[in-house]
Design a binder for this molecule. Structure first.
Ligand SMILES: [Zn+2]
Length: 60
């Protein structure tokens, strides 16, 4: 059995609601919990965003 090291536990991942940029050229996204607007604009390109679910490292 191999371990990365003893100091770091693996971060558990959870399905998380996010906003994803609708622009094909842009990879902008943000966690839904971190957006304050009901329908936020992309922080990178100001395009519309749509809801999506991604598996992301859990935040405490
Ligand atoms: Zn964008």
């Amino acid at each position: 059995m191999a371990y990365y090291n003893n100091k770091r536990e693996p971060v558990p991942e959870v399905e998380t609601s996010i906003w994803s940029c609708t622009s094909d050229d842009c990879s902008g996204w943000m966690r839904e919990n971190y957006s304050f607007d009901k329908e936020p604009a992309c922080p990178l390109c100001k395009a519309e965003m749509e809801k999506e679910v991604r598996t992301l490292p859990k935040l405490d």
